[in-house]
Design a protein around this ligand. Structure first.
Ligand code: PMP
Length: 383
């Protein structure tokens, strides 16, 4: 039999059959009557997912495109900005902002640390005049999900725009754009939103559209004003990935039908199950051992076992794709994603594969323990 493939990374993530089916439909024209209602519904559903009444601008790009659009539309060269960084994706904000000539101040944490609202407030007071604060809601490289609500409210008194990378958090954990006073939410299609890679979005609050807020950085494809005007009349400025928009529309409909509360609860329980299994394997968690960590579980391999080797063994021999560690964590940390189209059997399969892989690499593991503990933790009762 051809090797069956299992995708357990925190993006891209598996796509439900209903969404895959839409991708096989004939191509429609983006300015025609076939596309407009789909486009309209997809844009409206994105607002519901972001919990905002403001516009969500849709781009054919990966999530980083939405992040770059935020810097290009909010900042002029020389603007002082603050970036909160506690991992690989916080560092990405720094790189983009530097590339656009911003005067970047970084509030850096060790990878794996959880950013604190009081540190952000103190740093802003020290800086005096930051134009924007860029932060990462779910730092996919470490498994940390920060307390976005607290951090956003610590930023508000300074008047700086609150700009959030929600690429791996949107649709997995609560994010209340309007209620929490967030100005910009950037995300992408290929994570908790159960759609292939290729679409990015930036939800932009009304405060950002004020004329005095215009920035002078160069931009063309990612110009927010142009995109908003075009979206207002359902006439995309450039050819959008029409099939992906149709697919995203179906995926968002599925999430909204399940109910965001139920979706978030499922992610919490999947996180619990995954951590229980990892601990049953006697592995040390790198991501936090609490319910905040509902996106990706990061764990250290036992002494003497290389995490990159484990990840490639699982992929090559067992067909199970986990994620390796980023940057300095490459040799010691592996990650299991549990966002989007995931259920408990995906967690159980990934843990069973880790158990087999560790055994093949010479570690001592108790057969079946991880699976049993994971099921128990998911159900909340002994099985
Ligand atoms: N931010 C976070 C938190 C991410 O997890 C990712 C993708 N792993 C990105 C940004 C970048 O997104 P993309 O690869 O879609 O550009």
């Amino acid at each position: 039999m051809a090797q069956k493939r299992y995708l357990f990374t925190p993006g891209p993530t598996p796509v439900p059959p209903e969404v895959l089916a839409v991708l096989s439909q004939p191509i429609v024209h983006h300015r025609g009557a076939d596309f407009r209602p789909v486009y309209e519904q997809c844009l409206a559903r994105l607002k519901d997912i972001c919990r905002t009444s403001s516009d969500v601008l849709l781009f054919t790009a990966s999530g980083t495109g939405a992040m770059e659009s935020a810097v290009a539309n909010l900042c002029s060269p020389g603007n002082r900005v603050l970036v909160v960084s506690a991992g690989a994706f916080g560092e990405r904000w720094i790189e983009i902002a530097e590339r656009y000539g911003c005067d970047v101040a970084a509030l850096r944490y060790e990878w794996g640390e959880i950013p604190r609202a009081e540190d952000v407030a103190a740093r802003l007071t020290e800086l005096g005049d930051a134009r924007a604060v860029f932060l990462t809601h779910s730092e996919t490289s470490t498994g940390v999900v920060c307390d976005l609500r607290a951090i956003a409210s610590a930023i508000r008194p300074s008047g700086a725009h609150v700009v959030v990378d929600a690429v791996s958090s949107l649709g997995a954990v609560p994010l209340e754009m309007d209620a929490w006073g967030i100005d910009v939410v950037c995300s992408g299609s290929q994570k908790a939103l159960m759609t292939p890679p290729g679409l990015a979005f930036a939800a932009v609050s009304e405060a950002v559209w004020e004329p005095e807020g215009r920035a002078s950085s160069p931009r063309y494809y990612f110009d927010w004003e142009r995109t908003r005007k075009a979206q207002d009349i359902l006439d995309a400025p450039f050819t959008p990935a029409v099939s992906l928009v149709a697919a995203l529309n179906v995926a968002l409909g599925m999430l909204l039908d399940e109910g965001l509360g139920a979706v978030f609860d499922r992610h919490v329980r999947l996180g619990r199950a995954c951590r229980a299994g990892i601990k049953a394997l006697q592995l040390e968690l790198f991501s936090p051992d609490d319910d905040s960590s509902a996106v990706v579980t990061a764990a250290r391999t036992p002494a003497g076992i290389n995490a990159a080797e484990l990840v490639s063994l699982l992929s090559e021999r067992l067909g199970v794709q986990l994620a390796g560690g980023h940057g300095p964590l490459k040799q010691t940390v592996f990650r299991i994603g549990h966002i989007g189209y995931y259920d408990i059997f995906d967690i159980v399969t990934s843990l069973a594969a880790v158990e087999l892989g560790l055994k093949q690499l010479g570690a001592h593991v108790e057969p079946g323990a991880a699976v049993a503990r994971a099921l128990e933790a998911f159900e909340g009762v002994p099985v």
